[in-house]
Structures are given as structure tokens and as C-alpha cells.
Design a protein around this ligand. Structure first.
Ligand code: MN
Length: 710
């Protein structure tokens, strides 16, 4: 095994290849050295695998960069070499190719998965390989690995073979690389269904000699016939590959003896015209089956395949014949790879451009750059499937999501409950905000907590309709539960105000009767209506009251009534909101306002934001919680002279009150004659303490006024 044998292969397949192979030699020794100490499972040096991969690429007649990248395709994965070192020594292009192959190697397709997942996986591979040559190297790598599977465990063999059949062979097929596709399929079948593979191979062997002899005879006859008409041609027998026979037998149910194209012949001629001339010669000399004639030259297949097919009858025996030029043959065997220019590393021929057009459905975003070779490869980059990202669960299951999707979308895709309780995500083992858009290939672990719940802001972030609907439904249900709870509380409070026993009345048949009279199916429904302020608790209680009750306490002055709802810090925050507009603190004259569907908001009596709808007012009482401070804003007007601010802050400090925020403006700013205006936000325990501080400030010489902001 030496670099010379590799050079030999390159020259044999590509007579016009460069004569200077120094660069190749450098790459060769570099990779050989990098893998020096490694052995494969078979016991042979690891580097052998790299050389074989490069050989396959050379047989495809690919450019020097691709072959060199093939030699080095495993150095990033298996040795200590970094991408940067590779780039420094061999340039960006090669480093890029090797890195691409390494990345693809990280995705593992666990077998036995559904067809849809396999398709998603193929898309992922195509989408993440920015340069088609990455895929070609990966295919060569896989082909050699498939040939050396024997040394792995049964389980690994099966997994890799399935991955090959479901992912890599179809990719080779779409790229038109028949020579690799057929070998991948046969090797995969050998490991997935060893008995079936054997059976077909034996059937093929049974009459092998007979078939070969017949082939030889026909080759000679056709060759002579064409020569007689001035058409130089190369006529060869060909056999179907085992997997395609397997498909006919087991998927289409054709018995082996009825597969008529077991033997076929291929006629290679010099140019396109000769194909049609040759067809004419055959059709004049033999009977043929008219409905089996195909012209793939006039109308090439999507993957670029061109040929004429006909089935002639020799003594009533059908033989399929394919006629094509040598150029077409290259394409038929090597697909897209047939169009690479060895020198420039890009497809340049006219056929390449037409193939390129045929790849439209795979290659998104075609720019009008086809006459410029290096821009051309630029657009050969597989920017397809741009509207989706492909991400993984920790187990390796793949999911396609719209671009811009977040971990929240992913969580809901996995399971509704996981979505509802997710609070964080690990993306590629790094803790990441759940709002961040996901990238191709991300592996995501969703962190959940049973007490965690969705946030309304998620509705603006998520990209999938699925997540959005589920979040909406969750809030719908939550609002219902909240309204129910609130309605019950309000009803209870109202009953207490009327000196009625809440527990007795809530379960009384009379309440149900009232609910039904008002058109609600149950007391629960009625409570929800009260919670949403669609029914008035006061009116319900009035209807509930026994006629004879005479003592009805007046309700005008809520303060005289026993506190019915305790608004303690941290309690019921979901249902009670202390409003920022007036910042009520313990001791303030406050009013609860029953909003439509958003609980009770607490205002100071007289707040301008408080709507004048007394029927919606509810009795609330705010208790100071020991050790808690509440923000209160005051406004101080004073003389604009040095030391003023110091005196004020000292006075505040003496009352043991903390200044949370301050904003000071001198007369030059306020434009009021020699008057400064200072705002403070103070942390106080309640109204009592606030009053003390304000009095202390008022007593300072030079202070004109101290008022609390409404
Ligand atoms: Mn490899």
C-alpha cells in the first residue's frame, strides 16, 4: 500500500489528471502519521480505511481537494488535530470538507424507525453539508465501511446496514451515483436479510455459466451487426444487482424465473447520434417489444440519466439492451460526480449545467450564476430545506421544526405536559434560554418542574401552531379555575357581610335554584360568572337572604365592616394586583375593583385610574406583613440652596427609612424661582411610618411642601 498505487488509480480513471502529485503526497503522509497508532477492528492499520475512501473518490474522477480530503476525512474525529491546524497546512477548502464529514458522522440514525424519520434524516444530512463534495466523501467512507462490517458486533452491523439502506443509498440514488448506490444496497441487504441475500446469490449462480456464454454470443453478434453499419461500439453484458432482484421478488412478488432482465446488454457508442443509429440497426435486425422502448436521451431522467432502452426478441427470448454514449455512461454510473472538473474541482460541462437544472427540486435558490464556475459551486451548496431545522431528542430521535422554533416548540412537540411544565433547556449540553431559536443538529434536553407553568409571553415566541394552541388552551382552563375560585370567595365575602353562614348557603339547594334561574347549569358555573364579573355577588346574596332578616348592616363605609379579604403580601397575587398607578400601602384607604376576568385590582381610594363603577367595588383590607417594606413616592418642594438635600436625606434616615430611588432637580431645571423639586421613593412599613417621615421633612427649615404622589 503506497501513495503510488493511489496515484495510479487517479491516472487510470483520469488520464488528463495533473502530473505533479506533491500535494497529494503531503496529505498522504500527514494522514498516515496522524493515524499511525490506530488499528481497525479487523486489525489492519486505520489509515487503510482512509486510502480506500480516497480510492473510491478517485474512481469517481473527483478533484484533487476531494481526494485529499478523503485521505484526511477522519483526522479531526480520531486524532488530536484541530480544524485550524488543518486549514493552516492545507487551506480552507480541504479543512471545510473534512469538518463537514466529521459533523455528519455525529448524527446517528437508530434503526427500525419510521419512513418519515428516515426522510427527515436524509434532509438533515443534505442540509447540513454545505458542499456536495462532503456528501460524496461520506458516501465513499460509508461504502468502504460497509465492506468491512464483518468485524463488528451483530448489533452494530444491523444498525449500520439499516442506516445505509434507509439514508445513504437513497442519497446516492438522488445524486444519480448508481455505482455507489447499488453496492451500498447489496451490502446492506447482506447484513439485514442474510438468508434472502444468499438465496438470490445462489439463484444467480445456478445458471451463471450458461448465461455468461449466452451473453458472450450476443455481444459478438451485435458488435458485428453494428460494425457492418459503420457504428463502432463496445458491447458488454450486465447483471442486475441483488437488491434490485430482491425488490422485484419480495416487494413486487415477481418469481425469480420471470425476471426477464437478469441478462441485459449495454452498447456504448461514441456520440449521441450513434445511439439512435444503433437503435435503428437493432430494430431492423430483430423483433422488439414496442412498449418497452424508452428514450431517456431526448428526455433525461431527473437525476441526469440518459440512455435508449429497448427489449429485442432473440428466438422469442427477451433481452433488454441499453444504448448510450460514453459520456452518458459516466453520468449513469457516477451521477453528479461525473460532472466534476478534475482541475477546478467544480462541475463545468454543459451536461453538468443541465443536471444542475434537473436538481432544481433539491437545490433551492438558484442564482443566475451558471457561467461562472466558482460561483456555480457556491450555488451547488445545499441550501435546500431552508425553512426547517432538524433537531434531536437526547435519545437521538429527530424532529423537523419550522426555522425560528424554540425549545418551547420542541417541548410541546414531544408532549403537551412537557411543554406546560418546561422551565429551561439544555442545548448540546449547555443551559440555554428556552426562547432562543434552535439550530440544525441541536440536541435538546427539556428541563421540567411539576410546579412550573406556561407564561403568556410564550404566545409571542413560539413558531408552531401546535404549541400556540396548547398554551392558549392551558390559559383558558387556568382562567376558568381562577374565576371559579375568585367567584366563590366573593360570594363568601358577601355572605359574611350579611351575617350569613357561608358554608351553609354555598351548598344550599336554593343557590342552585338561583343559578338555574339565571341560566347556569351549576353553582360552579354561577361562581365562574361571578369571578368574571358577569354576575353580581351582592345581587345573588340578596336573593338568597331569608325574608325575615331585618338587620342589614350598611355597606357604605367598608372600613367599619370586619375585614373579609386579607391581602397579605405574597398571597393570591394571581388574583389580586396591587396597582402601580397609586401604590397603595398598608393603612391606606383602599378599594378593590373587580375586573372583567383578571381578578381584583387594588387602588387607593381616589386614584384617577379607578373607574367609577361602584357595583364592581369589593371590600378589601390590606395588612402589613412584618419585616416587609412597601414603596411610597413623595414629592418635596424646597429652597434651592446648598445642604438642603443633605438635610432631607438625614431626616429620612433618622426615621429608619430607606430611600429606594431619588430624583433631584434644582431651579435651573424646574424654572421655578429658587425652588428645587425632589422626588423620593421610600421603603416604608405603612401609612403610619410614611406620615412620620413626611412630618420630619416638613419641619426642616426651607421645605415648602411635602406631598405623597397619587
Ligand atoms: Mn471514515
Amino acid at each position: 500500500m503506497s501513495v503510488e498505487s493511489l496515484i495510479n488509480i487517479i491516472q487510470r480513471h483520469n488520464p488528463e489528471a495533473a502530473t505533479d502529485f506533491d500535494f497529494l503526497k503531503t496529505c498522504y503522509s500527514y494522514a498516515e502519521n496522524a493515524h499511525r497508532k490506530q488499528l481497525r477492528k479487523s486489525g489492519e492499520p486505520y489509515f487503510m480505511h482512509c486510502v480506500r475512501t480516497a480510492e473510491i473518490l478517485a474512481q469517481l474522477r473527483l478533484d484533487m481537494d476531494t481526494i485529499c480530503a478523503g485521505l484526511m476525512h477522519d483526522v479531526l474525529e480520531d486524532t488530536g488535530i484541530t480544524r485550524l491546524e488543518l486549514e493552516k497546512q492545507f487551506g480552507k477548502s480541504i479543512a471545510h470538507l473534512v469538518e463537514g464529514v466529521t459533523k455528519i458522522g455525529r448524527y446517528k440514525f437508530s434503526g427500525g424507525q419510521r419512513q418519515r424519520q428516515a426522510e427527515t434524516y436524509r434532509k438533515l444530512l443534505l442540509a447540513t453539508a454545505e458542499d456536495l463534495r462532503v456528501i460524496l466523501i461520506k458516501l465513499a467512507d460509508r461504502l468502504h465501511n460497509m465492506g468491512t462490517l464483518d468485524h463488528l458486533s451483530d448489533e452494530q452491523q444491523l444498525r449500520i446496514a439499516k442506516e445505509t439502506l434507509e439514508i445513504y443509498a437513497p442519497i446516492a440514488h438522488r445524486l444519480g451515483i448508481w455505482s455507489i448506490m447499488s453496492r451500498l444496497e447489496d451490502l446492506a441487504l447482506k447484513y439485514i436479510l442474510p438468508d434472502t441475500y444468499r438465496e438470490i446469490a445462489d439463484l444467480l449462480n445456478e445458471k451463471l455459466e450458461e448465461r455468461q456464454a449466452y451473453c458472450k454470443k450476443m455481444e459478438a453478434i451485435i458488435h458485428t451487426e453494428l460494425k457492418k453499419h459503420g457504428i463502432p461500439a463496445n458491447v458488454r453484458g450486465r447483471t442486475k444487482h441483488i437488491y434490485s432482484i430482491y425488490q422485484k421478488m419480495y416487494e413486487k412478488g415477481t418469481p425469480f424465473k420471470d425476471i426477464c432482465d437478469l441478462v441485459g446488454l449495454r452498447v456504448l457508442v461514441d456520440d449521441d447520434w450513434s445511439c439512435y443509429s444503433a437503435l435503428g440497426v437493432l430494430h431492423l435486425r430483430w423483433n422488439y417489444l414496442p412498449d418497452r422502448v424508452r428514450d431517456w436521451i431526448g428526455q433525461p431522467k431527473k437525476n441526469g440519466y440518459q440512455s435508449l432502452h429497448t427489449t429485442i426478441l432473440d428466438d422469442g427470448k427477451p433481452i433488454e439492451i441499453q444504448i448510450r454514449s460514453r459520456g452518458m455512461h459516466q453520468v449513469a454510473e457516477n451521477g453528479i460526480a461525473a460532472h466534476w472538473s478534475y482541475k477546478e474541482g467544480v462541475p463545468t460541462t454543459k451536461e453538468a449545467l443541465s443536471i444542475y437544472a434537473n436538481y432544481k427540486e433539491m437545490l433551492d435558490d438558484i442564482q443566475d450564476t451558471q457561467d461562472v464556475p466558482d460561483r456555480f459551486i457556491e450555488s451547488m451548496k445545499l441550501e435546500l430545506f431552508q425553512d426547517e431545522v432538524y433537531v434531536f431528542t437526547p435519545k437521538g430521535d429527530i424532529h423537523a421544526l419550522p426555522v425560528g422554533s424554540t425549545a418551547i416548540d420542541f417541548a410541546y412537540r414531544i408532549h403537551t405536559e412537557i411543554g406546560h411544565t418546561c422551565y429551561g433547556a439544555e442545548v448540546n449540553n449547555v443551559l440555554t434560554p428556552i426562547r432562543e431559536p434552535l439550530q440544525n443538529g441541536d440536541r435538546i434536553r427539556i428541563l421540567t418542574h411539576p410546579k412550573s407553568t406556561p407564561s403568556r409571553s410564550w404566545l409571542r415566541i413560539v413558531k408552531t401552531a401546535n404549541a400556540r394552541t396548547k398554551i392558549r388552551n392551558w390559559f383558558k382552563e387556568k382562567d376558568r379555575v381562577d374565576a371559579l375560585e375568585l367567584g366563590k370567595k366573593l360570594l363568601k365575602a358577601e355572605l359574611q357581610v350579611s351575617y350569613l353562614n357561608a358554608n351553609d348557603y354555598l351548598k344550599s339547594p336554593k343557590l342552585l335554584e338561583i343559578a338555574k334561574q339565571l341560566g347556569h347549569a351549576s353553582v360552579e358555573e354561577l361562581c365562574i360568572r361571578i369571578g368574571n364579573a358577569h354576575e353580581s355577588a351582592t345581587q345573588i346574596v340578596n336573593r338568597l337572604k331569608p325574608e325575615k332578616t331585618e338587620v342589614i348592616p350598611k355597606k357604605q363605609k367598608p372600613k367599619d365592616v370586619e375585614p373579609t379579604i386579607h391581602l397579605d403580601n405574597g398571597i393570591d397575587l394571581g388574583m389580586f394586583r396591587v396597582m402601580k398607578c397609586c401604590n397603595p400601602i398598608p393603612g391606606d384607604d383602599i378599594v378593590g375593583y373587580l375586573t372583567r376576568g383578571r381578578g381584583v385590582s387594588i387602588h387607593r381610594n381616589g386614584c384617577v385610574r379607578l373607574l367609577d363603577e361602584p357595583e364592581r367595588f369589593v371590600v378589601v383590607n390590606m395588612h402589613a406583613v412584618e419585616g416587609t417594606n412597601y414603596p411610597a413616592q413623595i414629592f418635596v418642594e424646597c429652597d434651592d440652596k446648598p445642604g438642603m438635600l443633605g438635610e432631607i436625606t438625614t431626616a429620612i434616615a433618622r426615621c429608619q427609612v430607606n430611600i429606594r430611588e431619588g430624583n433631584f432637580k434644582s431651579s435651573t431645571v424646574t424654572r421655578i424661582n429658587d425652588t428645587a423639586a425632589d422626588y423620593f421613593t421610600l421603603d416604608v412599613t405603612g401609612v403610619e411610618q410614611l406620615k412620620k417621615v413626611m412630618d420630619a421633612i416638613k419641619s426642616i427649615n426651607g421645605v415648602e411642601s411635602v406631598v405623597r404622589k397619587m
